[in-house]
Write a protein that binds this ligand. Structure first.
Ligand SMILES: Nc1ncnc2c1ncn2[C@@H]1O[C@H](COP(=O)(O)OP(=O)(O)O)[C@@H](O)[C@H]1O
Ligand SMILES: Nc1ccn([C@@H]2O[C@H](COP(=O)(O)OP(=O)(O)O)[C@@H](O)[C@H]2O)c(=O)n1
Length: 437
């Protein structure tokens, strides 16, 4: 509500006739100050929307989230409708509350949160748009060339930001689709997080670890890219986030990781490029209840990573200099705190990733040596796996010695087809019947 007041002040200021050109500069700086205040408020509101979105993850509220989001989407996507219908929506939602509460009595009063979200989100857009329009009016009235300066940086949200917010909110919807099986309780799952800046060589080393130590490699980035290709409803949001070098909401990434782990069935996983921020880390631990064995961290200077990414040639949308710089920034600001968190717990193995691939792998090998190499582990299991075959061979060898022949023949005799076969061919020296006591 405070924002409406501010906008009113602004509007009054803009539409007040200013004939004296000397006053114009003063008004302009006043307007700029107002914009700064409004921007700061918008930022705070954005934070608030995110916080409320966090509250929505509460499971009991989930089933009605889709309805709210569906209603909210057009307002977020079309700023013009916000102006025309925004006020109407603000009025209509509180009116709908009793109806929805009546229809869904088992959800105890969930609407305060939804109304707040709708209120905040709508206010956010109305507020930003009003300022933008008002400024344009003001400039046009003054007929000054500064119009362009104002318009070059309109204080409205970009399409990407809008779709990100929608998608961010949308990711909590549809509980039926979100349901992911949990891990079988009796199975101990070992997880190693592989971290390092973009292009530090995580994927390259993971491929070698898989070959030598029987781990399954799950790259969070690859899973997200596969999700985009699959045409999933989160695809656009993921694609926008990756192009901007931003971190996709944990819920999406964790769901993909968890699904891949369950489907794969192995008990040793290398999780590459995850967790990328504190939220990723905390959410993974709370959802899967898995603590990583250790963290493999590749240290590499930015210039080297930049050089590698620019010559990676995998046709990735985000391997361009602009996005690479953004990814470096996100890595330093959001991912390094995760490495530091695990470092304090004594779980980080740092590896110098500047060396050639094979030399890096020598260091990695030493770290993984407690996990028996793939060949060794096959050797351990060998006799057990081949036991049925060994027993069969043993039986065949002893086919002619009487107790085995007898028992075997008795068994075979009980199976009609085989009994006939053994009688006709005479697989033993004696007729089968002779062996039966
Ligand atoms: N130790 C290394 N020295 C030189 N180039 C490397 C090394 N490790 C990886 N590369 C190359 O750098 C690029 C990025 O490696 P990649 O494993 O995809 O990094 P990440 O998974 O960390 O983004 C690839 O083209 C890869 O061949
Ligand atoms: N846990 C993760 C991992 C990747 N990503 C996204 O996927 C992009 C590519 O990640 P990646 O691990 O494949 O590639 P690198 O940046 O390590 O080279 C990141 O820049 C993020 O936008 C994410 O959002 N969350």
């Amino acid at each position: 509500m405070e924002i409406w007041d501010e906008s009113d002040v602004l509007r009054r200021e803009i539409f007040r006739p200013h004939h004296d050109i000397d006053v114009a500069g003063e008004v302009e700086s006043k307007l700029r100050a107002e914009i700064d205040v409004a921007r700061a408020k918008t930022e705070r509101l954005r934070g608030e929307v995110r916080r409320l979105e966090g509250e929505l993850t509460n499971k009991s509220l989930r089933p009605i989230v889709p309805e709210v989001l569906k209603a909210l989407k057009p307002y977020l996507q079309s700023p013009k409708r916000v102006i025309i219908e925004g006020v109407e929506s603000l009025l209509s939602w509180p009116l709908l509350t009793p109806v929805l509460n009546f229809l869904r009595p088992k959800y105890r009063n969930p609407f305060p949160i939804f109304s707040s979200i709708i209120f905040l989100a709508t206010t956010l857009y109305i507020n930003e748009l009003e300022i933008s329009i008002s400024l344009r009016h003001r400039c046009e009235r003054r007929g000054e060339e500064k119009t362009e300066a104002f318009e070059s940086k309109p204080p409205s949200l970009s399409d990407t930001e809008i779709s990100n917010i929608i998608a961010l909110m949308g990711t909590t919807v549809d509980p039926s689709k979100d349901a992911v099986e949990s891990f079988p309780g009796d199975k101990k799952i070992s997880v190693v997080f592989v971290l390092g800046g973009p292009g530090s060589g995580k994927g390259t080393q993971c491929a070698k670890i898989v070959e030598n130590f029987g781990f399954t490699h799950l790259s969070a980035g690859d899973l997200l890219r596969a999700e985009i290709k699959s045409g999933s409803e989160n695809g656009t949001m993921i694609s926008n986030m990756i192009k901007e070098g931003k971190i996709v909401p944990s819920e999406v990434t964790i769901k993909l990781l968890q699904k891949a782990m369950i489907e794969n069935g192995n008990d040793k996983f290398l999780i590459d490029g995850f967790p990328r921020n504190e939220e990723n880390r905390a959410a993974f631990e709370s959802v899967t209840k898995i603590e990583p064995e250790f963290i493999l961290f590749f240290e590499c200077p930015e210039e080297e990573m930049e050089r590698r990414l620019l010559s990676r040639n995998q046709g990735r949308d985000d391997d361009n200099i602009e996005t690479i710089r953004k990814r470096f920034k996100v890595f330093m600001e959001s991912s390094m705190p995760v490495v530091e968190y695990y470092d304090q717990k004594g779980k980080v193995h740092k590896v110098d990733a500047m060396k050639p691939v094979d030399e890096v792998f020598e260091t990695v090998k030493a770290i993984f040596s407690p996990f028996n190499s793939k060949n060794q582990s096959e050797y351990h299991h060998g006799p057990v796996l081949y036991l049925p075959f060994i027993v069969l061979c043993f039986n065949c060898l002893l086919l002619s010695s009487s107790p085995f022949t007898c028992n075997l023949s008795m068994l075979l005799n009980k199976i009609p087809g085989i009994a006939r076969y053994s009688k006709v061919t005479g697989s033993t020296d004696q007729p089968v019947e002779a062996c039966i006591p």
